[in-house]
Design a protein around this ligand. Structure first.
Ligand code: PBG
Length: 322
């Protein structure tokens, strides 16, 4: 006559739902990615990412201070140089935009908020690849590693608490760890973009960093068809010294979070990328979805799947609502 089990009892009121919620999203678990443009005099909107801008050095400082006040876990910095070249020289220049943005952020944040840096060459190269090219125009893994090691040291010297290698070169974590240690930066941590897929969902990011990529990244970023390969990449990164491993994008790859979570002991992060952000914003602008609820649901689902840390362009907004 009556159902023996009534799961609805635990959903019967807001107070009951709050009591039994299995997952929560805390500001400390969120990291805000930020773009800083060289030579800008005012923040430049990114049309495919409504609400996100290329910061000036000044506006970036303010956003970092706000992130600290909001109790965010950290900021992940991207620099957009005025001039790009084949080898990405701007990446190693101590006065290059990313290095000065890291220094600005660190002086603003102190040790209250973690300053993280995207360690990759694609923002700095005119061909838009994450590494330097060989005579045949192929991405040269080992020549790129040498530059990554130097970049790691440059970021550490500028004040980064964590560096985030995102170029998917084989051996990058080990080379960066060795370079950091040799330069005396044993305290600087590595947040490895361990499982990074060749994804269409980075589309708006290309606008965000003024990238005109020639070709695609399929010889180094992962094939969306593969999951075991992501675990292999994560295990290699941990072996090479990664302190945190990250999955990217997040939503199409939620299955990898529990998989990796169950095989490593380091924290696992996920990056809710530009295209995932843009889809929600675009649908909300059209009145097709409830924006705030879609944002909460998105980030909660990434936490529920197993991410300890989430990188999201909504980090400050979520924390402000908290
Ligand atoms: C590489 C990098 C990319 C993103 C973060 N780091 C672009 C790429 O690999 O193609 C994408 C972030 C996003 O789409 O939000 N520097």
């Amino acid at each position: 006559m009556f159902p023996a089990d009534r799961p609805r009892r635990l959903r019967s009121s807001a107070a009951m739902r709050r009591l039994v919620a299995e997952t929560s999203v805390e500001p400390r678990q969120l990291v805000l990615p930020m773009f800083v443009g060289e030579g800008l005099t005012e923040p430049k909107p990114i049309s495919s990412m409504p609400g996100v801008v290329q910061h000036t050095r000044d506006s970036a400082r303010k956003a970092v201070a706000e992130a600290a006040t909001l109790g965010l876990g950290g900021v992940m910095l991207f620099g957009i140089p005025e001039h790009k070249d084949a080898v990405g020289s701007g990446a190693l220049d101590p006065d290059g935009i990313l290095n000065v943005a890291i220094a600005d952020a660190r002086s603003e944040a102190g040790d209250d908020l973690l300053v993280m840096s995207d360690l990759c060459l694609d923002e700095f190269t005119d061909h838009g690849h994450c590494g330097v090219l060989d005579a045949q125009g192929r991405v040269d893994n080992d020549a790129t590693l040498k530059i990554y090691g130097q970049m790691g040291v440059a970021h550490a010297e500028a004040g980064a608490h964590l560096v985030g290698p995102s170029g998917m070169m084989d051996g990058q974590v080990g080379v960066i760890r060795a370079a950091l240690d040799a330069a005396g930066h044993t305290e600087v941590a590595i947040l490895a973009y361990a499982a990074k897929y060749a994804s269409a969902f980075y589309g708006p990011f290309r606008e965000a960093v003024d990238s005109s990529l020639q070709g695609d990244r399929r010889t180094y970023q992962q094939d969306p068809a593969n999951a075991r390969e992501a675990l292999r990449e994560a295990l290699l990164d941990v072996q090479e010294g990664a302190d945190i491993v990250m999955v990217k994008p997040a939503l199409g790859y939620l299955d990898l979070l529990p998989l990796i979570r169950s095989h490593v002991t380091v924290p696992v992060a996920a990056y809710n990328v530009s295209g995932e952000y843009a889809m929600v914003e675009a649908a909300a602008q059209n009145g097709w979805i409830d924006r705030d609820r879609a944002i909460d649901e998105t980030i909660t689902s990434i936490r529920r799947a197993g991410a300890d840390i989430v990188l999201t362009y909504w980090a400050a907004e979520i924390a402000a609502r908290h």
